[in-house]
Design a protein around this ligand. Structure first.
Ligand code: AMP
Ligand code: MG
Length: 412
C-alpha cells in the first residue's frame, strides 16, 4: 500500500505524541486504606501531615557525657561530678546542676539542665569525676526537637510511590494506615496468525509469541494487576471480542501487532467501532507505529509487533501514561551523558533508542553499542542494560563522542 507510506515530515515527534497522550489521561480516583506494609509499592492518595515532632525530645548524637555549656572551660581543664546515666529508652530523672554531668548514650534524652554533649573519647574519667578540656562548643552533639520533621509538616504528597524510605518515614511518625490508589488493572493480548504460544509446536511460517511475556514483565514491575488474554488470530470477530473483554476487565489495554501499515488493520477498524483511536506514526526508532485511544472507559495502547519496538514503545510512551493513570507524580527519568566507545549508525530524522551496554573502563563509566540494532532482535534487549538516546537531528555517532544514556534500571 504505497499511499500509506508517509514521509518523515508527516511523522509525529515523540514529545508531541507524549503530550497528546498525557493530556488525555485522567488518574484513577478509587482509593483504599491499607496498613503501611500492604501499601508498599502503591501510590499515596492523600497528603501525610506529621502528628509529632521528630525527634520528639532533645537527645544525644553521641555516646558521651551531657554537660551544661556554662561549665565549659575557656582554657585549661575542668572537673565535673558524674551524677547518673541517661540510657536510650530510660532517661535520667534528675537535673544536671553546676559542675555536674550525666553519662549519656546515643539517642538518649538530654537531662534537664544539660545542653551539650562531650564525646566519651574526649573525656578522662576518674571514679565519679570526669575531666574535660577547652576544645568544646556550647550545644554540640545534641539533636533538637523537630530537627528532622516538625509537627504539622506535610511530609509526603499524594502521588508519591511508597518505597522503603517512605514506609520507614510513616512508621517513624506512628502512622499505621494510609490511603493509596487501588492497583491498576491491565489486560493484554497479542495479535497475529503466525504466533503460537509456548508449549505449542511450530509449523512452517510460525513463530513463538514473545511480546506477551515482555509486556507481562514490564507491567509486573509496575505493581499492576495483570490479565493475559492470550494470542488472538487476525480475524475481525476474534479481535473485536478480545477488545470487548479486555475493556470490561481492565483500566488499560495493551495489544501488540496489527498496527503497522498494510497489516490486516483489524485493530484500527475494530477500535473505531468500539471507541476512539488514533493511529500514529511516531518519529522514533524502533517503534514507529502506535495506536492510542479508548474502548469504553479503558485506555488502549496498540504497540508495534516487532519485539524490540514493543518494548521501546512501552517504556518511552506507555509507561509515562501508565504512571499518570496510577496517580503517580511524574519523575524525571535518569539520563546520563557518557562517552560511547563504538561508532553508531544513525540517519537524521527520528529519535533513536539504540540498545547499549554500560560498563566501567577503569574508573570511567562508558557505553558501547550492542551491535545489531534491528527491531526484531530481542536478544539485543537482553544483552543491553541501557538505551542510548540519539536525537532526531543526530547523524552517525563517531566512536569516542558523548551520548545520552538511559539505564534500564531507571525504567523498571
Ligand atoms: P505486525 O505489527 O503485526 O505487522 O508485526 C510486525 C512483526 O512483529 C512481524 O514480524 C511479527 O511476526 C512480529 N510479531 C508480532 N507480534 C509478535 C509477538 N507477539 N511476538 C513476537 N513477534 C511478534
Ligand atoms: Mg501481525
Amino acid at each position: 500500500m504505497k499511499n500509506m507510506n508517509q514521509s518523515q515530515s508527516s511523522l509525529m515527534s515523540l514529545k508531541q505524541a507524549l503530550e497528546k497522550i498525557l493530556a488525555d489521561i485522567t488518574p484513577i480516583d478509587m482509593v483504599e486504606t491499607l496498613t503501611i506494609i500492604d501499601a508498599f509499592g502503591r501510590v499515596l492518595a492523600e497528603p501525610i501531615t506529621s502528628p509529632l515532632n521528630v525527634p520528639p525530645y532533645q537527645n544525644s548524637a553521641m555516646d558521651g557525657y551531657a554537660v551544661r555549656s556554662a561549665d565549659l572551660p575557656d582554657s585549661g581543664d575542668i572537673s565535673l561530678k558524674l551524677i547518673g546515666t541517661s540510657w536510650a529508652g530510660t532517661p535520667f530523672a534528675g537535673e544536671v546542676g553546676e559542675k555536674q554531668c550525666v553519662r549519656i548514650m546515643t539517642g538518649a534524652k538530654m537531662p534537664e539542665g544539660a545542653n551539650t554533649v562531650i564525646m566519651q573519647e574526649q573525656v578522662q574519667v576518674n571514679d565519679q569525676q570526669i575531666s574535660i578540656g577547652d576544645c568544646h562548643q556550647a550545644g554540640q552533639h545534641v539533636r533538637h526537637i523537630g530537627e528532622d520533621i516538625k509537627e504539622g509538616d506535610v511530609v509526603l504528597q499524594p502521588g508519591k510511590s511508597l518505597n522503603a524510605a517512605e514506609l520507614g518515614l510513616l512508621a517513624s511518625l506512628g502512622i499505621a494506615k494510609v490511603k493509596v490508589y487501588r492497583p491498576l488493572k491491565a489486560a493484554f493480548f497479542s495479535t497475529g496468525d503466525e504466533l503460537r504460544a509456548v508449549g505449542e509446536t511450530l509449523e512452517e511460517g510460525q513463530i513463538y509469541d514473545s511480546n506477551r511475556y515482555t509486556i507481562f514483565g514490564m507491567l509486573k514491575g509496575q505493581g499492576v494487576e495483570i490479565h493475559d488474554l492470550g494470542v488472538i488470530r487476525d480475524k475481525r470477530e476474534d479481535v473485536e471480542a478480545a477488545f470487548k473483554r479486555a475493556a470490561e476487565l481492565a483500566d488499560i489495554v495493551f495489544t501488540s501487532g496489527g498496527v503497522s501499515v498494510g497489516d490486516a488493520d483489524f485493530v484500527k477498524q475494530t477500535l473505531e467501532k468500539l471507541g476512539t483511536v488514533n493511529l500514529w506514526k511516531i518519529a522514533m526508532k524502533p517503534g514507529k507505529p502506535l495506536a492510542f485511544g479508548r474502548i469504553d472507559k479503558a485506555y488502549f495502547f496498540g504497540l508495534p509487533g516487532n519485539p524490540v519496538s514493543a518494548m521501546a514503545t512501552f517504556y518511552q510512551v506507555a509507561l509515562p501514561a501508565l504512571h499518570k493513570l496510577m496517580g503517580k507524580t511524574p519523575q524525571p527519568a535518569l539520563r546520563l551523558k557518557l562517552r560511547c566507545l563504538d561508532t553508531l549508525k544513525k540517519r537524521p530524522g527520528r529519535i533513536d533508542f539504540q540498545r547499549g551496554i554500560l560498563d566501567y573502563e577503569g574508573d570511567e563509566l562508558v557505553v558501547r553499542g550492542v551491535g545489531a540494532q534491528g527491531s526484531h532482535i530481542l536478544s539485543s534487549m537482553s544483552r543491553a542494560n541501557c538505551f542510548i538516546i540519539l536525537s532526531a537531528e543526530q547523524g552517525m555517532v563517531e566512536a569516542g563522542s558523548e551520548v545520552e544514556v538511559q539505564p534500564f534500571s531507571s525504567l523498571m
